[in-house]
Design a protein around this ligand. Sequence first.
Ligand code: AVI
Length: 333
Amino acid sequence: MNFVNEDIVTLNRISITNLLQEIGPDEVSTEIVAGLQADQKAISSKYFYNSDGSLLFEEITRLEEYYPTRTEKSILKQIAPALMQQYKGHDIIELGPGDHSKISILLNAATGLKQSTIRYLPLDISQPALRSSAESLVTAFPNLLVEGYAVDFFSQFGPIRREQPALICFFGSTIGNFEWADSLELLRNISIQMKKGDVLLLGMDLVKPEAILHAAYNDAQGITKSFNKNILNTVNDLIHADFQTDHFDHLAFFNKEKSRIEMHLVANGDLSVHSPFFNEDLLLKEGETIHTENSHKYSSGHIQEIVKATGLQLNQTHTDEQEWFAVTEFQKG
Ligand code: AVI
């Protein structure tokens, strides 16, 4: 593979390798403009996470209505001691680690960590986020080695150097934000790179009564609404457009047929939006929507389909008592 930009920063017990292929501004603007000019207007959910968006997402994870984060953490607390015993000596790879709170639950349960070292390999698109997490983790865990990789793990799982069998963690039901076909492709790519004995721990949000799903994406304080609208600020920055957030309403509903929450922004009047990247101003009719996110909710049938598509073996599905969330263990046979 040909990487345009590869550099390694090594600090005490921390190395961060940048394998990100540089994405030119042209590619970004072309993607955004194509999405906005499609019949169903859309903006990729990856544009939620500018600095305000990342802070808003952190706020969402602390909301009473947003059950996934606390439910997944409670499952991890329960299963961590046995897991860390069973997979002692495995390298731990984490895709999109976020605030490192979930991996800390596993590391806290690794009793052997006092005597021997564990290699932790976080993979994330943001190099600064990798570095600040790594610094906190090596301070909290004196025998931890952190080898972070700045990558787009959708296309770049291959070049990660590893020495031991690996426990690959993909938490948060982030997988659910990919289109179903793309999520299978990503899991297939991961499975191809896995070696015998490697384990994948996949956080999956489960189908549940619609009222609970609805509340999680329509919180009373309106934080999800602000998170959704904030995507327009990123688009304004990237393509110098003049979207105004108060010209849109937040819409989040459960699409039963596709088993996913869909988030949209609804134009609350006829609108015209300007950007030097449009040939003509973009027109929206009152009530027209821009699709901003899918968040898939899984059932056992989906898990079976993942097994079929990836060839991985299903070890165990760990859920909370209410069966709202699952941490599923797949193994390369
Ligand atoms: C990051 N992702 C798993 C969240 C989700 O639930 O799909 C993003 C989110 N969107 C609205 N609330 C939270």
